[in-house]
Design a binder for this molecule. Structure first.
Ligand code: MIG
Length: 712
């Protein structure tokens, strides 16, 4: 890796340990570099077979070729192909080809990545500033570049174990009776669930860090009561602080200069849910400390997880823009021409109020008293620094605890202390398909703990879409059903009996796999290797490189979701080895089939889900709980197709202590000697392992199951 620095870049905090030496002349083999006014333009020819990967949370494919992408964090509820930016900015790109190169452009303003769009044979990167740091790689293996990037930016966030459970959200469950009712439904219907979300309506008038006491009287007792039933309540946190005399957060923020300013050094104002607000300046360490402490009230009431929204930051409108329109109307009125106003133009102008670039250009930050930083240059840091405020605070105040935190907006580096969700998708099959690619793309930049709103946020979901989406989400570390206000209810009992029964089975599969899913997460996060990977990470053949509707989770599960309506099956590509195809109807049924490498059309009616286990890899399952840690079953089931030798390491911990501080290990070795299986187990910190027995269900090439019990 080489590092280059030009101008006076703002320190984004993305890189944890800066290299000893920065080059002052930028030379990247194969790249033409042009400095034009205040822009740097990097151009490189792409060979026909080059594959371009990276860029994190963006629409489009896993192979990024043929499209443009812009890093400028954007609140958009319409994820359609013409959208060139979403909520996060991850300016890390990899060119995989005869020569493998990678670039991380550490600049938190706008960068345009034209990946063979304008000219199919060229990658052109336009950086809209000359103040930046740039890290670049040339490696024999492209995978090394990804791992090196994750090391450079500090690794991967690990959430508490309960956050791997199923979670239920809606905008909004408005009050305690409704939350109680939802929680009751889960337990009554036997659908496992670990968390219920509080969207904006729990607050008093959308004032951040308040609770409406009419709707949630005795909130602390309520949080405790829910927790006893195995539910974590997760409140939403928005950054905009309502301008209202007497409101403590506002008063403190105002008095201590915690807010971003405008050009006149007045606190900048923007309207969001609460009406006019100020935006905390999270570049200031004092402000982060103040904001971090504001979470304490909730933490003391028993809250252990938060989701940060609206932190691109989203702006509904500002008075600056509003005044312009009023002035226009006034002068038309004064001139007696109000009837001549062009309503379509007026409508466009008003629509443009939302997240107006001119407004972002009116914002200033003051990371220290001597420093003034123009927002437009560091726009992409807002959400990342907001999450950092929380992470720094809990690290300092509760060093012995692990919290759930995920954010809508993010910037490279924030994957080490926060997860993300992919924002306001819709109940569209296209967005289920997009979710497959997004999981891969997010994992390639280290956001393992991420996921889409299951069932879709906007628009109305229907039973088949819900079931297929749930099936995919068994392998999405963040597994959360969420829907927008005004849309059809999409809790799993809202459709029909069959859908309810089947969703229960899918979620129980998730809980059955949880020891393995969680262990793999810890293991991959620990070595900075993506947990969810495109096939080309593991396999070198051309078809693997082309496959964008399947992915690999951990050591050996191939996930091939159904993402079309009315499908009864799909084509699945299985590279290199043999695979144990599991037709899952429910976690305890073992309808297994051995498949040779190659292309298969496999039937998969709605009541089934396809899961593929790679030859000579093992997975682990346990009897599903209704919430994580409810009973801690003492039997672990191990399964896989073993033709030679397989090894499985299960990492386990309490799930609430700091990651990696309390790990115990169960290791299982299976050897096939002429279809006679020798099983060996090894443990580290055995007393802390929840399991006492292992039941190995090992398949041989004839498809016979060999069941071997073992005590540990
Ligand atoms: O302007 O809090 O992405 O998950 O339900 C919309 C209401 C604000 C956007 C989030 C969504 C959340 C919604 N929020």
């Amino acid at each position: 890796m080489k590092a280059f620095r030009s101008g006076k870049p703002f320190s984004t905090g993305a890189v944890v340990e800066k290299p000893a030496k920065f080059l002052s002349k930028l030379e990247i083999s194969g790249f033409k570099i042009k400095v034009k006014d205040v822009q740097i333009i990097l151009t490189r020819r792409l060979a026909p077979d080059d594959i371009v990967l990276g860029l994190g949370e963006q629409l489009g494919g896993i192979n990024r070729r043929g499209r443009k992408y812009i890093t400028y964090c954007t609140d958009t509820p319409v994820h359609i192909p013409e959208q060139l930016s979403l909520y996060g900015a991850h300016p890390f790109i990899i060119i995989k080809g005869r020569i493998n190169q990678g670039l991380f452009i550490d600049y938190a303003g706008e960068i345009i990545f034209d990946v063979g769009f304008t000219d199919k044979d060229f990658l052109e990167i336009t950086i809209t500033s000359t103040n930046l740091e740039l890290y670049y790689w040339k490696e024999k293996l492209w995978q090394t570049i990804v791992t090196s990037y994750l090391e450079l930016t500090g690794g991967v966030y690990v959430p508490p174990r309960w956050a791997f459970g199923y979670q239920q959200c809606r905008w909004s469950y408005p009050d305690a009776p409704k939350v109680t009712e939802i929680a009751g439904k889960f337990r009554q219907l036997g659908i496992p669930c670990d968390a219920i979300y509080l969207d904006i309506d729990y607050m008093d008038n959308y004032k951040v860090f308040t609770v409406d006491e009419q709707k949630f009287p005795e909130f602390k007792e309520f949080v405790g009561k829910m927790k006893k039933q195995g539910f974590h309540l997760i409140p939403i946190i928005d950054p905009g602080v309502k301008i209202e005399d007497g409101y403590q957060v506002y008063e403190e923020g105002k008095a201590n200069h915690h807010f971003c300013t405008d050009i006149n050094n007045e606190d900048f104002q923007a309207a969001v849910w609460p009406g006019l607000t100020h935006l905390p300046d999270f570049t200031r360490p004092e402000t982060r400390k103040w904001w971090g402490e504001l979470y304490d009230n909730f933490i003391e009431m028993g809250i252990e997880g938060f989701w940060n929204d609206m932190n691109e930051p989203a702006i509904f409108y500002t008075d600056y823009e509003k005044e312009k329109i009023f002035a226009q109307l006034q002068s038309a009125a004064d001139a007696g021409k109000i009837k001549d106003i062009n309503l379509i133009h007026l409508q466009w102008e008003i629509k443009n109020f939302h997240n107006n670039r001119e407004d972002y250009r009116r914002i200033y930050h003051h990371p220290s008293p001597e420093q003034t930083v123009w927002h437009d240059d560091i726009h992409n840091l807002y959400g990342a620094k907001m999450a950092l405020a929380f992470a720094e605070h809990v690290q300092e105040k509760y060093p012995e605890r692990r919290f759930l935190i995920f954010s809508r907006s993010s910037y490279s580096g924030s994957q080490r202390y926060s997860g993300i969700w992919y924002g306001d998708n819709k109940s569209w099959w296209e967005h289920l398909e997009g979710n497959i690619k997004m999981l891969v793309n997010a994992n390639l930049v280290g956001y393992f703990y991420s996921g889409a709103d299951i069932g879709g946020f906007g628009d109305n979901c229907h039973s088949e879409l819900m079931l297929r989406w749930l099936q995919l989400s068994v392998f999405s570390p963040l597994m959360r059903n969420h829907a927008a206000i005004g849309t059809r209810q999409q809790e799993l009992w809202e459709f029909d009996q069959q859908t309810l029964n089947q969703s229960r089975n899918i979620i129980r599969l998730r809980y059955a796999l949880l020891p393995w899913l969680y262990s793999q997460y810890l293991e991959y996060a620990g070595i900075n290797k993506p947990l969810i990977r495109p096939l080309m990470w593991d396999f070198e053949d051309a078809q693997s490189a082309d496959t964008e509707d399947q992915f690999i989770y951990g050591d050996g599960i191939m996930v091939a979701p159904i993402y079309h309506s009315n499908s009864r099956g799909r084509n699945v590509y299985l590279p290199e080895s043999r695979w144990l195809a599991w037709n899952v109807r429910s976690w305890e049924e073992r309808d297994m089939q051995i498949l040779n490498p190659g292309n298969h059309y496999l039937e998969c009616p709605l009541e089934k889900q396809l899961v593929f286990l790679r030859e000579n890899t093992l997975i682990a399952l346990q009897e599903p709980e209704e919430f994580v840690g409810q009973r801690n079953p003492d039997t672990l089931f191990i399964t896989g197709l073993v033709t030679e030798q397989a090894n499985l390491k299960i990492l386990a911990d309490q799930g609430s202590e700091p990651a990696y501080s309390g790990i115990s290990v169960l290791e299982i070795d299976v050897e096939n000697k002429n279809d006679y299986f020798i099983i060996k187990t090894k443990t580290v910190k055995k007393q802390q392992l929840p399991w006492k027995h292992v039941v190995c269900e090992i398949y041989d090439l004839n498809g016979n199951t060999n069941i071997i019990h073992k005590d540990i």
